[in-house]
Every structure is written in structure tokens, then in C-alpha cells.
Design a protein around this ligand. Structure first.
Ligand code: DQA
Length: 142
């Protein structure tokens, strides 16, 4: 099984940005955690991060015929991007939306998620472990 793990803007700043919301672990820690988890479970993972909306759309499209599942944290694009929603709908691959923070307890503008409309599951507020839960969910689904 192959999973794409896609992270949007500012997630490369983990460990530096707003530790009260996102914790002290870095993006490299996240990548290592996912790699180790997938190695143990025999899952192939391709891990990607971009600060650019179009690049995220390109990566979602690249999953077509290439991945069995997508785990995505679109960062702030969650709340604004119809293009990312449409990309996930286009490839029609089971996709789990992950947010490190408990978005439902934050600002009003974070209460809208476009991508949620195309996702089989949403995980919020479980910190970095939320990515591993999302991977396990997709692996069980297979
Ligand atoms: C986030 C929540 C978003 O509202 C925010 O813009 C992010 C990170 C999260 O992981 O909790 O960049 O997706």
C-alpha cells in the first residue's frame, strides 16, 4: 500500500511556530515519525510539504494511479481553497484530513473546511499522532 502525506503552508515551521497550538516537535520530527510508523507497518509513504497552493494541487494530481490513500493537512488552505478540494475530488482516492490543533475550538474563520467535503475522515487536535491515526485508518480501509 502506498500513501501520500501532504502538508500545506507553514507546516515546515513546526517546532518554531505557535508551540501552544502545534507543539515543540519539528517538521523533521514529523517526517521521521511517519517514516518509522510506515516502515513498521510495511506501508510505502511519500511525504511532501509546500507553501504554494498550485504545488499542492499538482501533488494531489500526482497521486492519481500512484497512491492508495492521501493524508493531507492543507494548513490555512483548508479554510480557503476550492482548488485543493477539487483536486481531491478529481483523483477520487480515499483522503483523510488532519489538523494538529483543535481547530473547532479556535477562530471562526477556521471553522470552514472546504476539503472536508471530499474526505472520508477528519482528525483534529491529536497533535502529530493524528497523522499516524490517519495512516492506520487508510491502511485498515484497504
Ligand atoms: C492547521 C490548522 C489551520 O487552521 C492552520 O492554518 C494551520 C495548521 C493544524 O494543523 O492545526 O496551518 O491545519
Amino acid at each position: 500500500m502506498k500513501i501520500f502525506v501532504i502538508n500545506g503552508p507553514n507546516l515546515n515551521m513546526l517546532g518554531i511556530r505557535e508551540p501552544d497550538h502545534y507543539g515543540k516537535e519539528t517538521y523533521s520530527d514529523l517526517v521521521e515519525m511517519i517514516k518509522e510508523h510506515c516502515r513498521q507497518k510495511g506501508i510505502e509513504a511519500e511525504i511532501y510539504q509546500s507553501n504554494h497552493e498550485g504545488d499542492l494541487v499538482d501533488k494531489i494530481q500526482a497521486a492519481y494511479n500512484n497512491a492508495d490513500g492521501i493524508v493531507i493537512n492543507p494548513g490555512a488552505y483548508t479554510h480557503t481553497s476550492i482548488a485543493i478540494l477539487d483536486a481531491v475530488k478529481s483523483v477520487n482516492i480515499p483522503t483523510v484530513e488532519v489538523h494538529i490543533s483543535r481547530v473547532e475550538e479556535r477562530e471562526d474563520f477556521r471553522q470552514i473546511s472546504y476539503i472536508r467535503l471530499a474526505c472520508v475522515k477528519t482528525i483534529t487536535g491529536h497533535g502529530l499522532k493524528g497523522y499516524l491515526e490517519a495512516i492506520d485508518f487508510l491502511a485498515e480501509d484497504k
